[in-house]
Design a protein around this ligand. Structure first.
Ligand code: 1GP
Length: 247
């Protein structure tokens, strides 16, 4: 079983899977092992590693440190073409499908594909869709794209169906890290009803209750990042895992 299949199997068995985001720019390397062990014990199903603004060479060291501290999968969630490492288990091979910036639709992928192929890293093709969330997020600003309007689920659904027909394996509905407002349940539900591609939902999810609502609406994977950046609260992490694992 590859990582994609095992993530889907976990999501199916547990009702949904919990992905904990590690942004190498936001957590000190020496604090990482404790955080990773806490998240693993709390019930995280995989780690995502990446960020919009990694300002030093900490990326690969961060991947290695997570691998050393946990047995659950480490999946790269790249903020750019430099964020590729053979030390990870897989990479979300993203295309920013909500935008109209050719560099993020296909340009970066052309640069990254030969490297991913050469190092034999499992690539999970993922349609990345930014959703309007109240204020300008780093992802929106850095990608120079406009997000999908949050109260137009039909526009989001049309993008999701395009992703399905184009053969993407996952859709990531992203409000942006630290977003004021997370992706609306109405949008998640509208897509889940008509589109067969598994949905990852992240950005601005602040409470376990909020996470559970996204799962009930149709998310297969929930991502949290910011909520644990200040301190890895083990109790709260357990509550998140329990809320997301509806089965
Ligand atoms: C960001 O979806 C992730 O890319 C997680 O967002 O940091 O707001 O939890 P938060």
């Amino acid at each position: 079983m590859n990582i994609y299949q095992s993530l889907l199997a976990t999501s199916k068995t547990k009702g949904a899977a919990y992905l904990v985001l590690v942004d190498p720019d936001k957590i000190a390397l020496e604090k990482l092992p404790t955080f990773i062990q806490q998240a693993t014990t709390a019930g995280a199903d995989a780690f995502l590693v990446g960020g919009s603004l990694i300002t030093d060479d900490s990326f690969e060291r961060c991947v290695v440190s997570i691998k050393q501290s946990s047995n659950i999968p480490v999946v790269i969630f790249p903020g750019g073409v430099t964020q590729i490492s053979a030390k990870a288990d897989a990479i979300l091979f993203l295309s920013l499908l909500s935008g109209r910036n050719p560099e993020h639709l296909i340009g970066d992928q052309v640069l990254a594909a030969p490297i991913v192929k050469k190092i034999g890293l499992e690539a999970i093709s993922t349609a990345y869709m930014l959703v309007e969330s109240g204020k300008t997020t780093s992802a929106e600003f850095m990608s120079n794209t406009r997000p999908l309007p949050r109260h137009k689920p039909d526009i989001a659904l049309a993008h999701a169906l395009a992703a399905e027909i184009l053969g993407f394996k996952m859709i990531y509905l992203e409000a942006g890290s630290g977003a004021d407002q997370s992706v609306p349940e109405e949008m998640i539900g509208g897509i889940a009803k008509y589109c067969t591609v598994p949905l990852i939902v992240g950005g601005g999810i602040k409470t376990p209750e909020e996470a559970r609502k996204k799962v009930i609406a149709g998310a297969s994977f929930i991502v949290t990042g910011t909520v644990f950046e200040k301190n890895g609260d083990a109790g709260l992490m357990k509550d998140f895992a329990a809320a997301i694992h509806t089965k």
